[in-house]
Design a protein around this ligand. Structure first.
Ligand code: GLV
Ligand code: MN
Ligand code: MN
Length: 416
């Protein structure tokens, strides 16, 4: 049988068109980035465009009660579908590829099937999930976690952003508070194409990565409460400086992650918010986030325990209160070996070099893996694979390679 090929230029044009929604020019670098933070007007505009594209591709479209949008292409038999998808929300400083390649890639597979009038035995269902990034409401993979039943719908809808706006209200505002039941019946399989977002594939000179799983992720928000007072008049020994405590915390996390004592731990304090945040006032309160990653659940647990003990020590040493709030937590995920094998075989047949790779980032696929055999295809990125940054870039050829692989894998699984 002749090898299936997607229309690479059409995929690229779609990536560019979606990338114009929420586009902004980075003040310093002048590079154009994308800001489609979840459930903002820009996200709503992006969603409306992609939903229209789903419908124009002849898909039966539905939006569920957490705003996930699905498009189904009928199969010749009424069987569980083969699924693909990802997210189109972004961090506020994104490029055009994170998530979008997976959604528009899946759409391109459907368009290519349509072009050639090809039928599959199983339906093919494609999706974009709500707020994968977690950058606004604090919990990543929000929509897919609700779809698979890991997170209760009510809890997800009531999450708030920094201004106290709820997921429910913001979904309604952009017209994506759907009525379809949020629990997704188990698909036959799920395959997602995504950019790697890291340096490994490019450094190894590989065309693609076959993703073996996702490392564990732990997010919490810490609020350090000390006492704000005059910066000039308060003697050092009378201070309860929440800023100093935040600094100690950051340094300790850095030491932990670079010590090798917790395996391949990564640690990031990405948001630090001192109150009142003024030059001549000791910060009385600091809210900060902690992002821990580890490919080993046991090492992650140890790091969390040791961090909690360190936080207690800081509290008594500096006479501050430290409250912690869990915002997200997912274990190490292992993807299905047989789906990985299908992807690897199609790479070999297309003479594309590949290697197994674990994902450092979180993905909707990890949620779907609790429902059905799941795997992912990684596309390498330029500039050391930088991501969550406007510089994020994969070439048209790299994107086409990844989506061709997605296409062949989906079709094979949908014929089985
Ligand atoms: C999602 O982008 C993550 O934070 O891993
Ligand atoms: Mn992503
Ligand atoms: Mn991301």
């Amino acid at each position: 049988m002749e090898r299936l090929e997607i229309d690479g230029p059409r995929l690229w044009r779609s990536l560019e068109e979606l990338g114009r929604i929420g586009a902004y020019e980075d003040e310093r670098s002048k590079i154009v980035g994308v800001n489609r933070l979840a459930l903002t007007a820009a996200d709503g505009e992006g969603r409306a465009l992609v939903r229209r594209w789903f419908a124009e591709a002849g898909l039966e479209v539905r939006v569920d009660r957490i705003g996930n949008c699905y498009g189904r292409r009928k199969g010749t038999r009424d069987l569980a579908p083969v699924m693909s998808g990802s997210h189109i929300d972004s961090v506020p400083t994104a490029g055009r590829f994170d998530g979008c390649l997976g959604v528009l890639g899946a759409l391109e597979c459907v368009r290519s099937l349509n072009d050639r009038g090809l039928a599959t035995e199983r339906p093919i269902e494609i999706a974009f999930f709500t707020d994968e990034e977690g950058a606004r409401f604090g919990t990543d993979m929000l929509g897919s976690a609700v779809a698979v039943g890991r997170l209760p719908l009510e809890r997800a809808l009531q999450l708030t952003d920094r201004d106290g706006l709820t997921v429910e209200g913001e979904l309604r505002k952009i017209g994506f508070l759907g009525t379809h039941p949020e629990r997704l019946p188990a698909p036959h399989a799920y395959v997602e194409c995504h950019i790697e977002q890291g340096p490994i594939l490019r450094a190894a000179g590989r065309d693609l990565g076959v993703v073996t799983g996702v490392q564990a992720i732990s997010w919490q928000e810490l609020t350090i409460v000390g006492k704000s007072a005059h910066a000039g008049t308060t003697p050092m020994n009378l201070r309860r400086d929440a800023g100093v405590v935040a600094a100690r915390l950051i340094l300790r996390l850095h030491e932990m992650a670079t010590s090798g004592e917790y395996g391949e731990m990564r640690a990031t304090v990405g948001a630090i918010d001192p109150v009142p945040g003024l030059v001549n006032i000791i910060p009385g309160r600091v809210r900060c986030t902690v992002d821990l990653r580890n490919p080993d659940d046991a090492q992650m647990a140890r790091a969390e325990t040791d961090l909690a003990a360190f936080v207690q020590t800081l509290a008594s040493e500096y006479h501050v209160q430290i409250e912690s709030r869990r915002t997200a937590k997912t274990p190490r995920i292992h993807f299905a070996p047989d789906v990985q094998a299908v992807i690897a075989r199609h790479c070999d047949e297309a003479r594309l070099s590949h290697q197994p790779i674990i994902s450092g980032a979180g993905h909707d696929a990890q949620e779907l893996s609790s429902l059905c055999p799941t795997a992912m295809i990684f596309v390498p990125g330029e500039y050391d694979g930088i991501s969550h940054n406007p510089r994020e870039y994969s070439t048209p050829e790299q994107c086409t390679n990844g989506v061709n692989l997605l296409y062949r894998t989906l079709v094979e699984l949908a014929r089985a």
